[in-house]
Design a binder for this molecule. Structure first.
Ligand SMILES: [Zn+2]
Length: 139
């Protein structure tokens, strides 16, 4: 395909359970408690050309590649951890603030969205516009 706007965003969803408490919160979030977090990681890029025999043909990025980057981070720092070990005030906003540079380093130039659900009805989202890289062709 040679369409310059051939960019798509793909998303992989992950889940983890973690403890936290918000030390300065004036309500119940100051108490020890946990959440079943849902993390969505999106990448944006051009759909790769279909080439017979090439594994990621017709894809922006293999979902497996996103998993192989995100799962170890979840395992090492988030799942069944106390998020207060990671930061003093682990609000969903601060967790996303911690995650974005880590994920950006692992998925450079393609990370376009990080969404963290603290509950099913409440989430924080970070977004970055990914420029399409139009290839200049000399006529
Ligand atoms: Zn909480």
């Amino acid at each position: 395909m040679t369409d310059d706007n051939n960019q798509l965003e793909i998303t992989k969803r992950f889940r983890f359970e973690a403890h936290h408490k918000l030390p300065w919160h004036r309500g119940k979030c100051a108490r020890d408690h946990g959440h079943s977090y849902v993390l969505e990681v999106s990448v944006t890029g051009p759909v790769k050309e279909d080439i017979p025999g090439v594994s990621d043909s017709g894809m922006v990025c293999d979902f497996y590649e996103i998993s192989s980057v995100v799962k170890p981070i979840i395992e090492d720092y988030l799942d069944h951890h106390s998020l207060n070990d990671l930061m003093q005030n682990p609000t969903a906003e601060n967790i996303v603030g911690w995650l974005v540079p880590v994920l950006n380093a692992a998925l450079p130039g393609i990370l376009s969205r990080v969404r963290l659900y603290e509950t099913t009805d409440g989430w924080v989202e970070w977004r970055q516009t990914i420029e399409s890289h139009e290839e200049t062709v000399d006529d």
